[in-house]
Design a protein around this ligand. Structure first.
Ligand code: SF4
Length: 354
């Protein structure tokens, strides 16, 4: 056997930073500490005084004769200060009947637009204009016009999760709570386009048997909920009842295995949880719905299907930006008069039917 030359290995720095010439006792090079701490890490934001913000909101709400309406997917503290919490249909109804001068919409942009369409003389505030909707962004007014050109005499049913100019091209609006009822009321033998949510469309087709053209849109939050997420929670909570929203990407596959399963709009979930004998429920929709259910159905347990089923647009609304919106009466959401007039028609048809 040949002896290998016995030479010590050349020490190599473990980073690009300079190495001290003082080795530690084990002979490992030591990386010196920075001489000055990273100042950025020390710029800690002072937490706002939440009780002061709540007091400001209470004062401003009275001063400005404002109503705060919040969607079921809002943050818990926002739901907690709202005058009304509900789904898109409930919020549209509240917006239509309020006698307040100012509507603060704790929701996303298309919802504030719907409130502005129903209340052209009121000030409608959306505390953060970045609060959009991935589902509403999947469809354009031009896309609807193109379908109508190819299908003369056809009817367009659009989910309320659409922009005002898409509603202006629609014959009926609907929500997940009344979509089946609206399609059942359509005249037979005319082509129908259902837009933009393909999962809700599949649910409506299953329930009504009506053939429809379907826009290929989806919400990124609901689409990402997988059957495996539901199965994992069922394994962890075997006695829990499933509350599945029809917008969810998992709904079609789960219904394939369990055809008798009911799907529920968010308001339908509240009713079902109240009347069911079950004590635990797996909530298969955006996580904010758990807050609403815990508030409205105390004493029962609600388990989110996945902690990542969280809409970042909904969570942009905070106590602070609600306070600021009330203080400044900004940012406002308005709809041009010509679009408003046309968009009002399908919204009023929806409110009249269901
Ligand atoms: S949860 Fe989905 S449909 Fe609802 S606002 Fe967020 S992106 Fe839009």
């Amino acid at each position: 056997m040949t002896d290998l030359p016995h030479t010590a290995p050349t020490p190599r720095p473990v980073t690009d930073r300079p190495v001290t010439d003082r080795p530690d006792p084990a002979g490992t090079p030591v990386v010196p500490r920075p001489q000055t701490p990273n100042r950025d890490l020390l710029q800690l934001e002072v937490l706002p005084d939440e009780s002061q913000i709540r007091a400001d909101i209470e004062r401003l709400r009275k001063e400005k004769n404002a109503v705060i309406i919040a969607h079921n997917y809002q943050r818990p503290e926002v739901q907690g200060i709202a005058d009304y919490v509900g789904d898109s249909l409930g919020l549209s109804r509240q917006a239509a009947k309020t006698d307040a001068d100012v509507i603060v919409f704790a929701g996303v942009h298309f919802m504030a637009e719907t409130a502005a369409i129903l209340n052209p003389d009121k000030t409608v505030l959306l505390p953060d204009l970045r609060a959009g909707c991935s589902l509403a962004d999947t469809v354009t007014a031009q896309g609807i016009r193109d379908w109508k050109t190819q299908n003369p005499g056809g009817l367009v049913v659009t989910y309320v999760n659409t922009t005002a100019d898409v509603k202006a091209e629609s014959d009926y609006c609907c929500t997940s709570g009344n979509a089946v009822q609206i399609v059942q009321n359509l005249p037979a033998d005319v082509p129908v386009l259902f837009a933009p949510d393909r999962f809700l469309a599949a649910h409506v087709i299953r329930e009504t048997g009506r053939a429809m053209d379907v826009w290929d849109g989806a919400c990124h939050v609901h689409e990402a909920i997988r059957p495996e997420d539901v199965q994992d929670q069922q394994a962890a909570y075997p006695d829990a009842e499933l509350l599945i929203h029809p917008e969810c990407g998992c709904s079609t596959k789960i219904l394939g295995a369990l055809p008798e399963l009911q799907l529920y709009s968010t308001e339908g979930m509240v009713h079902r949880a109240r009347e069911s004998a079950a004590q635990e429920f797996i909530v298969v929709t955006e996580t904010g719905m758990v807050t609403r259910l815990e508030h409205d159905v105390p004493g029962k347990t609600f388990i989110p299907v996945s902690r990542t089923a969280c809409c970042e647009y909904m969570k942009m609304i905070t106590l602070e930006n609600i306070r600021d919106a009330l203080e400044n009466l900004q940012p406002r959401v308005t709809v041009p008069a010509d679009i408003r007039e046309k968009a009002l028609v399908p919204i009023e048809r929806m409110l009249a039917i269901g």
